[in-house]
Design a protein around this ligand. Structure first.
Ligand code: S3P
Length: 429
């Protein structure tokens, strides 16, 4: 188990950053969706993190031929998906296990999806229950609540499903199942969750449309889709750690290049701006996704904020935002965020327990927390095996110094995180 010591920053910094890890959500989808075409997909800047390499390995086990030169990959799909001769290991990746569940439910064959100890503790009923309702033969431990998941591909019925949670993983699993169903399917969520699946599949020629009442209509596939050809943008969730570093370090500035500016992904930047940070965007292209540069500059002490709506638009950045709250003047409150409890770790407990170790006054609620800004002190942090908890405290460490234990998990989403952090301060393993 690797641990790291992050030293207190000595100087202000100013740099242009074009090395942020590529988007994890889009990379997973590239691996999976390429199997819906009959021609090779070409992806540049595929994320070479553990999670997305697992999705790519699974595509290979299902018969795809993957050629990789650096982070450029060509995925040649099989004529039809092959029954794998082994289990499909998703590692730590919730996106992989949930999207592949929907994708495989309507195909011929037997499939077993599993992952690491953390993934095996995360809830799977959110995809298993609606998939069973449309005829999927899917099971798992505790009657399908936990992985490993066993799937025997079968014929799927059309559905009209109003999801009780705003989750892109659930939505994507159901959309992928709908592509194999016997008639048009309808899906609805209260708040639009990240919409990469809809954007990418429509770009590949799928018939997916939104009506005025917020229902997404998905027509079953009549033929193979067009292949994907895209450059994956930088991940706004990964970039956010360096936006955070900038707003807590006096006189610092950063330009983060070629980031997805999808509105469902940049809610946390808007909150940081509300806290007083100086943040601007420059839109540069809009093919599958709006992509551009984010300019962040230190702008004095942050102010406390309340976050209680549009949670799905900033769910992955709440750990890093908790660090910003620990620096802000006043007491910040996060509510309606109980989804944090079922992420890579229980992020409410992981963040609050570690912040308390750093001398910050904070309180846990069932669906969120309150954090009173103070003087963050050096401590020994437990990452709970959660990449975003580890990276959040590493950034906190540039203010106070910090030891973070169990940082291997960072490789799931941001393998070069410490290379970039080393431009700002000293990092010792
Ligand atoms: C993701 C969706 C979100 C997010 C996760 C990635 C995706 O999860 O937290 O990191 O790629 O679809 P939920 O859909 O469970 O909210």
């Amino acid at each position: 188990m690797k641990s790291v010591l992050v030293e207190k920053v000595k100087d202000s910094f100013e740099f242009i950053c074009d090395e942020i890890a590529s988007d994890k959500s889009i990379s997973h989808r590239c691996a999976i969706f390429s199997l819906l075409s009959d021609r090779p997909s070409k992806i540049d800047r595929y994320l070479l993190g553990e999670d997305t390499l697992n999705s790519l390995n699974i595509a290979t086990q299902l018969g795809a031929d993957v050629k990789r030169v650096g982070d450029s990959i060509t995925i040649t799909p099989p004529l039809s998906v092959k029954e794998p001769n082994d289990i499909l290991d998703c590692g730590n990746a919730g996106t992989a296990i949930r999207l592949y569940s929907g994708f495989l439910s309507g195909l011929d064959g037997m499939f077993i999806l599993t992952g690491d100890a953390y993934l095996k503790a995360r809830p799977m009923s959110r995809v298993v229950d609606p998939l069973r309702e449309i005829g999927a033969k899917i099971d798992g431990r505790e009657n399908g609540r936990l992985a490993p998941l066993y799937i025997r591909g079968s014929k799927l019925q059309s559905f009209r499903y109003h999801s009780p949670i705003d989750s892109a993983q659930v939505k994507s699993a159901l959309i992928l199942a709908a592509l194999r169903a016997n008639a048009t399917c309808y899906y609805k969520e209260d708040l639009l969750s990240r919409d990469h699946t809809e954007r990418m599949l429509v770009g590949m020629g799928a018939n997916i449309e939104n009506d005025e009442d917020g229902w997404i209509a998905i027509k079953p596939l009549k033929k193979s889709l067009k292949p994907l050809e895209l450059t994956v943008p930088a991940d706004p969730s990964s970039a956010f750690f360096f936006a955070l570093a900038t707003v807590i370090t006096p006189n610092s500035k950063i330009v983060i290049k070629n980031v997805s500016l999808n509105k469902t992904r940049i809610g946390a930047y808007k909150v940081l701006k509300k806290m007083g940070a100086n943040i601007e965007y420059e839109l540069k292209e809009d093919k599958y996704e709006p992509i551009g540069d984010i300019y962040v500059a230190y702008n004095g002490k942050l102010k406390a904020v309340e976050v209680s709506s549009k949670i799905a638009w900033l769910i992955d950045e709440l750990p890093a935002l908790a660090i910003a709250m620990a620096f802000a003047e006043g007491t910040s409150v996060v509510k309606n965020a109980k989804e944090l409890r079922v992420k890579e770790s229980d992020r409410i407990t992981s963040m609050i327990t570690n912040l308390q170790k750093c001398g910050i006054v904070c309180k846990e609620f069932e669906d969120g927390y309150s954090i009173t800004g103070g003087n963050l002190q050096e401590a020994v942090i437990d990452s709970y095996g959660d990449h975003r908890v580890a990276m959040s405290f590493a950034i906190g460490g540039i203010f106070s110094g910090m030891r973070i234990e169990d940082v291997d998990c960072i490789d799931t989403s941001f393998p070069n995180f410490f290379d970039i952090l080393s431009k700002i301060t000293k990092v010792e393993f």
